[in-house]
Design a protein around this ligand. Sequence first.
Ligand code: RIB
Ligand code: CA
Length: 311
Amino acid sequence: MTPARPAIILDCDPGHDDAVAIVLAAHLCDVLGITTVAGNAPLERTTYNARVMRHLLNLDTEVHSGADAPLVVPAAAAGYVHGESGLDGAELPEPTRPVDGTDAVGFIIDTVRTNPGCSLVVTGPMTNVALAITSAPDIVNLVAEISFMGGGTFGNRTTMAEFNLWADPHAAATVVRSGAPLVMAGLDVTHRFQATEPRIAAVRAVGGTLATTLADLFDFFSENYRSRHDDMAGAAVHDPLSVLAVCRPDLFTSTARFVDIVTDGEHTRGMTVIDRRTLLDRPAANCTVLDDVDADAAWQIVVDAVAAATH
Ligand code: RIB
Ligand code: CA
């Protein structure tokens, strides 16, 4: 039975879709804290953007910054998707509350240990979480799950690798091999959750600063996706699905599968190997792989979350 308001730590790299994950987390969860990582933009920007969203939501939670670079590979941002600021497309308010700390890894360890049964929701490169697990392996037995956005049967940064896992493949391998309960929102499911123009209009119709800001961000994000794809009606809003997987698993279909990560190779760095065979002697499943989502119901929760934060 899913708790009324699951306790989560959201580790993220805002990022337009991370911003929506923060909106949903504020609406549906007990947000124990937000930790930030370099990803869509450098750490300074992803941390600033997390503070902007906390400000817009008037959300009383801590923001702790974390890793400014991957474990092994060089840092690489995604300005080609999110713009140089990481949240291009809208006029953003200046956040007033400062960052609460710069040791995201220590915050994750301490918070999981003092809140056993909480969930780790990871929507950026997994560097912070991998460092936390390496430093404190006990936390994999204390979390309810690690619900992460990443991977899939195809890529978006390369042919076979999704950005979060490509950006820090060694961190992703550490987390996926950790033994923690895993829920994976890969591109196969997130591409079914698109910010189409009618859905953006439904957010804008809520009215107020948050709705207008989010709708402007969605317009930028979706125009970027439409300009770079030949088959998408709007941006795939990846990250909020990892929040919904914790709070509303009923909105998804899923399959338990063995998943591993490839850490090198021109075409395979960051690729998820997902065992979809029916062989009886296949490896034991280590991950709940989300296959499909009730996109209309999920989007209605986005609209409801914006309205709840506004009124
Ligand atoms: O590939 C999509 C993922 O990479 C999303 O989490 C997006 O925000 C970026 O971090
Ligand atoms: Ca992200």
